[in-house]
Design a protein around this ligand. Structure first.
Ligand SMILES: C[S@@+](CC[C@H](N)C(=O)[O-])C[C@H]1O[C@@H](n2cnc3c(N)ncnc32)[C@H](O)[C@@H]1O
Length: 386
């Protein structure tokens, strides 16, 4: 059971539904799931990320690793410091949420005497960018003055680190389903009572080509009704990020799997999930504009896109492997007192345990012109699975 909407939330959701109905009318009665997801998450002033919902943190709909514990950012800082010294010393964070990771990273790097030359943030949500400004505006002037918000990816090649935690899973995806052995695209249409419903239509050439690349000839081995998703935006996004990276590392952290696990016959309902007030469910057509909609990341697709864009896949690990490799246990053990140590130990468990974030989240490092070993990938490397 999901919590009931307040009257104000109900009104907001109806306004988002009206915008989606108008888009359906304009498009002849059917929208791809990608377009629906784009409207539900990013329609100006209405979408989940564009409007004022709390979104992240314990009072919101879901908790990300940097929201859960500063240990996450402090571990990352251990990796960043040598990287910043070896490159041009810049960080670009994509989709910085509430600014939690930026704050922790800057404080931890400052403590190591390794403050980045510049810390840029590219954020598509005006609401979250405003919250980032308010939060990061309280940092000491020597840190605050290094932070800039970008409207688009930098034109001049960045030297340092590009970082994206839980951003790739927020890119709108196309959905497909197998019906009587044939591929169908799953989108959204209007039911006779005016509500939104899932509806199929024959896939267009781009989706057919993408599915062929994912599934090969395996559609015959997949069960009837098999439904999954594919991000056609992922490869262009990686290519754009690669074009912005002169020398250094692009670090992607997200829920995700190598392709053979992602499109396994037993994963017959795909990975699409919605998050509403700390509950995960699988109905994207309710709570419009009030809930997050995500799909896991096909890391094989990321690796292929990165390689095509001239980057090297330099590391792939579970979040647990990555944080352990960076020494999260040492950070916990170094806590100044027993109470703090117990709290940090609890937070570390949530970041590391397989049934929490440890296994579902993966970390991929994509590099250009940076041959030095990367902290965090020493203990584990899943590249063979890609
Ligand atoms: C799930 S939240 C994660 C926030 C933060 N990184 C964290 O870990 O707490 C997704 C974030 O990505 C942003 N976002 C979505 N698509 C984006 C894009 N194409 N470029 C930059 N930011 C994006 C959202 O507005 C939001 O800040």
């Amino acid at each position: 059971m999901l919590p009931a909407l307040t009257p104000q939330e109900q009104r907001h959701s109806e306004a988002v539904a009206a915008a989606i109905r108008a888009a359906l009318d304009a498009a002849g009665g059917w929208l791809s799931f990608e377009r629906f997801m784009e409207l539900a998450l990013y329609a100006p002033g209405l979408g989940y990320y564009s409007a004022g919902a709390v979104k992240l943190g314990s009072g919101g709909d879901f908790v990300t690793a940097p929201e859960m514990s500063a240990l996450f950012g402090r571990c990352l800082a251990l990796q960043c410091a040598p990287l910043l010294a070896a490159t041009g010393g810049e960080i670009l964070e994509l989709g910085a949420g509430t600014g939690a990771l930026a704050e922790t990273l800057l404080l931890a790097l400052d403590a190591q005497g390794a403050v980045p030359r510049r810390y840029s943030i590219l954020e598509v949500s005006a609401d979250l960018a405003a919250r980032q400004r308010a939060r990061l505006g309280t940092l000491a002037p020597h840190l605050r003055e290094r932070i800039v918000w970008l409207e688009e990816l930098p034109r001049a090649a960045l030297e340092g680190l590009i970082l994206a935690n839980e951003v790739a899973d927020a890119l709108p995806v196309r959905r497909f389903t197998l019906h009587r052995g044939a591929l169908q695209e799953l989108g959204v249409a209007l039911a006779s009572d005016g509500s939104l419903m899932h509806a199929t239509r024959p896939p267009d050439a781009r989706l057919v080509e993408a599915c062929r690349a994912l599934l090969g000839d395996r559609t015959g081995g997949l069960p009837e009704g098999y439904t999954s998703e594919v991000s056609l935006r992922l490869a262009p996004w990686i290519a754009a990020l690669a074009a912005s990276l002169g020398r250094g590392v692009l670090l992607l952290i997200d829920y995700g799997l190598p392709r053979s696990h992602y499109y396994h016959p037993q994963r017959s309902a795909g990975t699409l999930r919605c998050h509403f007030r700390q509950r995960a469910h699988d109905d994207p057509l309710i709570n419009l504009g009030l809930q997050d909609i995500t799909a896991w990341v096909d890391f094989t697709r990321v690796a292929e896109a990165a390689t095509d864009a001239g980057l090297e896949v330099s590391g792939f690990a579970t979040q647990a492997g990555f944080l352990s490799g960076l020494g999260i246990e040492r950070l916990v053990a170094a806590a100044p007192d027993a109470v703090t140590r117990a709290r940090l130990a609890g937070e570390a468990r949530r970041l590391l345990m397989p049934e929490e974030m440890g296994e579902a989240f993966k970390v991929m490092a994509l590099t250009r012109g940076h041959a030095a070993p990367l902290g965090g990938f020493g203990l584990q490397d899943l590249r063979r699975l890609l």
